[in-house]
Write a protein that binds this ligand. Sequence first.
Ligand SMILES: Nc1nc2c(ncn2[C@@H]2O[C@H](COP(=O)(O)OP(=O)(O)OP(=O)(O)O)[C@@H](O)[C@H]2O)c(=O)[nH]1
Ligand SMILES: [Mg+2]
Ligand SMILES: [Zn+2]
Length: 277
Amino acid sequence: MEGIIIKNISNDYVVLCKNGEYTCKPRGKFRNDKITPLVGDNVIIDPDNKYILEIKKRKNMLIRPSVANIDQAIIVSSVKEPNFSTNLLDKLLVIVTYNNIKPIICLTKLDLLNESELKEIDMYIKYYSSLGYTVVSNQDKKLIKELLKDKLTVITGQSGAGKSTLLNMLDKSLELKTNAISKALGRGKHTTRHVELYNIDGGLVVDTPGFSAIDLSDIPNIAIRDNMIEMYENLSECKYRDCMHIKEDGCAVKRKVENGEILISRYNNYKSFIERK
Ligand SMILES: Nc1nc2c(ncn2[C@@H]2O[C@H](COP(=O)(O)OP(=O)(O)OP(=O)(O)O)[C@@H](O)[C@H]2O)c(=O)[nH]1
Ligand SMILES: [Mg+2]
Ligand SMILES: [Zn+2]
């Protein structure tokens, strides 16, 4: 019988099939082959003996969070509590696009901003949109549901950003646990503890525990450059074909940062990624 793994707790995998859910163990074979089943895996199970018999070929996979066959990722970024961080957003955009996953930016807690703060965020929304990213707010319920339809979407972002809250807003029956940021950080714990896949009106969505630190250490510098749109698209205008936009002369990126065409925070974040700071 065919199904998809929607949850994993230690060695138990909950598999959603057409006629219901089955909690299965992986066959010993997988351990020998060093294959660990992941949430998002399409599998064949033996429903009588509750075993996973086969894992279908994966389209892609992420290590942290551990999810397979992802179509897109919603990067949840709060604009306050925790404060908006372009560094974190740009880092996640690089990680997601490097893994061939389409990013969607979802801003939360806009209701906590005053007018002048809203104006500043609006500038960022316009800039990221101009790069071609889809930018939504967690209030755009209808739009988000349309984006989720028929796709497997991972929800990622900092702890306390409002990932579980967003899913609860989309589907009240989920009743996911959420926690005030001060408490969440104070205890140094994540409210969401495990990776779990939910079906929201035909869209499969994975809630994940937020991270407090994440790094780009697996991604080579050239790939970081090529996964930041401005750093990649302006390369052809630089004097050197392999320009890293750092010390080189005749650099189109540095020129465009100076004349305001490229957002200074984007460039500074890029530099900090390249310099591994
Ligand atoms: N004012 C306001 N508060 C929000 C909004 N979204 C989330 N929150 C609050 O932010 C806190 C953290 O939300 P969660 O949904 O638990 O955050 P999370 O990203 O799931 O956190 P982890 O599971 O720890 O990774 C909760 O107290 C929410 O009520 C929002 O749009 N506006
Ligand atoms: Mg959560
Ligand atoms: Zn350059």
